[in-house]
Design a protein around this ligand. Structure first.
Ligand code: SAH
Length: 353
């Protein structure tokens, strides 16, 4: 038995030895273009369908599904082999449909304001487990007459701490599901060697860096990995990425009241963005509530004032529309039901879209 979306084309060829030569292509297209389970591949003879359904085993078992924003945000909770749990989020917008995938069960980066970080690390995901999240979400989208156009590696885990499987999954999603590199975004907490290696790989995927602070003192406290890869070396790696790919970078910035939402923070951040030949784009995320972090998100008026200040300083900034806070599907809220180390009771995100 082989994982359904971990099987290589050679594995599928091997399974189909003795069958007509076009069969492998039919099955491959069934899996990646038609997003079909083998049991439903109507062009394939029935006995073979049943055999493939058993031999190519799914890696994710559905535990539950939550929906919000009038059905346009759907969170999937999956159980993995061995019992770990992960979440995937499908977001339907009028002009695009985005899947947010997890790359690890849990996360070892320990950012205090993130629910995944609060829960700790369980294990890395395999390429098949990452790809299958996209396929399962895309099947759900297809049932609603929609096609997945974008994939963001912004779910549970740190993609660049699970580099090779993440890369294998990107190739599969790009080559076989057919999503273009600019519609694939890898988000990182700032693992410098991983950024450099991604820069050297052949696909020009979009890179997002979770910055949250523009000086080392504050970033050390918010994002612990900053002590290992401080801002200077991180910005240098970002510059290399930009030069290698010619693609504008994005910085994610979760706005935390009185911590990183002051006018002086905007000035520092704008300074970093403008170091690049093409200034980095800023994605402002009003801090979402998580059980283990008691500091509030910035008030809505502060969020927009911060965005306006960045724009005045010549930096492109957008406020990320909050999706799925009511089903804990928003940025930083994915924990797959894992208990978190509880801090003082959260005061909540204090932000409504
Ligand atoms: N580990 C990667 C991928 C996760 S992306 C990374 O850090 O980039 C998830 C994004 O949500 C990151 O930008 C993360 O910093 C942000 N985030 C974490 N907790 C959050 C919270 N409580 N509110 C808003 N954004 C949060």
């Amino acid at each position: 038995m082989i994982p359904r979306y971990g099987a290589s084309r050679a594995d599928v060829d091997q399974l189909l030895v003795g069958e007509p030569r076009y069969r492998a292509e039919q099955v491959w297209r069934g899996l990646y273009t038609e997003l079909c389970d083998p049991a439903n591949m109507s062009a394939v003879p029935k006995a073979l369908r049943s055999r493939l359904d058993v031999e190519l085993v799914p890696s994710l078992s559905a535990i539950s599904e939550f929906s919000s924003d009038k059905g346009s945000t759907i969170k999937f909770l999956w159980e993995l082999d061995g019992g770990g749990r992960i979440e995937t989020v499908l977001m339907l917008y009028p002009e695009r449909a985005t899947v947010c995938v997890s790359t690890q069960a849990g996360c070892a980066m320990a950012c205090g304001f993130c629910a995944t970080g609060q829960a700790g690390f369980t294990r890395h995901l395999t390429p098949g487990e990452i790809v299958e999240q996209v396929v399962r979400a895309a099947q759900r989208a297809k049932a609603m007459g929609r096609r997945v156009s974008n994939v963001v590696y912004m779910g549970m885990g740190e993609p660049l701490a699970n580099e090779e499987p993440v890369w294998q999954s990107l190739l599969r999603i790009h080559d076989d599901i057919g999503i273009s590199a600019r519609h694939l975004t890898v988000s990182t907490v700032g693992i410098v060697p991983g950024i450099k290696r991604l820069a050297a790989r052949p696909l020009p995927v979009s890179l997002a860096v979770s910055l949250h602070a523009a000086n080392d003192e504050l970033r050390d406290s918010l994002v612990p990995v900053n002590r290992r890869y401080p801002l200077d070396v991180l910005m240098e790696a970002c510059g290399e990425y930009l030069e290698a790919k010619g693609r504008r970078l994005s910085f994610e910035w979760a706005l935390i009241a009185d911590v990183n939402d002051r006018p002086s923070d905007a000035i520092e951040l704008a300074g970093l963005c403008r170091r690049f030949r093409v200034p980095a784009h800023v994605n402002l995320i009003p801090l979402n509530p998580t059980p283990g972090y008691s500091v509030r998100g910035s008030a809505k008026s502060r969020v927009y004032a911060f965005a306006d200040q960045l724009i005045e300083l010549g930096v492109n900034a957008t406020v990320r529309r909050n999706r799925g806070t009511d089903i804990a599907a928003a940025c930083g809220q994915l924990a797959a039901g894992q208990p978190v180390k509880l801090g003082p009771k959260s005061l909540g995100g204090a932000y409504e879209d």
